[in-house]
Design a protein around this ligand. Structure first.
Ligand SMILES: [Zn+2]
Length: 303
């Protein structure tokens, strides 16, 4: 019997107010669950709908001045540009639900091994500002809440999105209970990188073999050294060769092997995993959906 694999999803995830032609592929948040249901990887019973984060949960990670600006809609034009979405109050509500979904996934994973969020991975958000399509930092919020509630003492963030987890790195710069590991395109956004506990910058054009070699020789020892009670895994699919922003050359099979390696390594070592999706900007939406779907298929198979 397969145990339920909890998946956080809400119709709120799909933000319908983006201007025509905006480069963020918002429709993936509807297409991915449809695909997974259609093929039978998951059933309706696997979904749960997260509520919004409370203010105190937000303020354990984000600065009150930033939160006030979001609440009152008083971000400056420059701050809105950095965020990358035209501002609307419903975007704030969306972010609160998505980040709470990640927190719920983390709590569920602690008890049952694995849980996935159909969105999230908003690793560019800093304590005092948003950027790169990220308003709230979901992994930081989940980590701070788990620590605050005393549910864990040590967390490992594995961020394999092609972009560095700059916000996450900065937020946890002085926090020894959260180890931040980011493997990303060395020459990609953000140009000014922050210092994670472990950064691996990979060169443009790196292919499956070299990429996977780097990962396989790093992750198992890292888990043994850090000894986390949970891994928060950011499985961005902008590492694909088809990605418009990624600059790497991973095939779909290579991206799948990446996820497989992370999940089997964690599972063998008995570490629960909560997954957020992160970025994906391939020209064809089908490429994005297929790569994200692989993460869910593997999670089902391995846990
Ligand atoms: Zn990214």
């Amino acid at each position: 019997m397969t145990i339920a694999m909890r998946i956080s999803y809400s119709p709120i995830y799909t933000y319908s107010r983006l201007p025509e032609g905006h480069r963020f592929p918002m429709e993936k948040y509807d297409l991915l669950p449809q695909q997974l249901l259609h093929e039978g990887t998951i059933t309706e019973a696997d979904f749960f709908e997260p509520g919004p984060l409370t203010e105190s949960q937000i303020l354990r990670t984000h600065k009150v001045e930033y939160w006030e600006k979001l609440k009152l809609g008083t971000l400056t034009r420059k701050e809105i540009r950095a965020l990358g979405f035209p501002f609307h109050e419903s975007l704030v509500n969306r972010g609160r639900h998505i980040s709470n979904g990640t927190l719920d996934c983390a709590k569920y994973a602690l008890n049952h091994g694995i849980a996935l969020n159909i969105a999230g991975g908003t690793h560019h958000a800093y304590a005092d500002r948003g950027e790169g399509f990220c308003m709230f930092n979901d992994f930081a919020i989940a980590s701070n809440e788990l620590l605050y509630e005393g549910l864990v003492k040590k967390i490992l963030i594995v961020d394999l999105d092609v972009h560095q987890g700059n916000g996450t790195a900065k937020i946890f710069e002085q926090e020894s209970r959260v180890f931040t590991f980011s493997m990303h395109g060395a020459n990609n956004y953000p140009l000014k990188k922050e210092k994670s506990d472990l950064d691996i910058g990979v060169p443009d054009g790196i292919e499956d073999k070299d990429y996977l070699e780097l990962l396989t020789k790093t992750l198992p020892d890292l888990i043994d050294d850090v000894r986390p009670e949970i891994i928060l895994y950011l499985s961005g699919v902008d590492v694909l060769e088809t990605d418009k922003l990624g600059r790497l050359k991973l095939t779909k099979e290579g991206c799948k092997k990446r996820d497989e390696f992370v999940l089997t390594t964690a599972q063998k070592k008995g570490i629960p995993v909560a997954i957020s999706m992160g970025g994906g900007y391939s020209l064809k939406i089908a490429d994005i959906i297929e790569a994200h779907a692989n993460t869910f298929r593997l999670a089902r198979k391995i846990f």
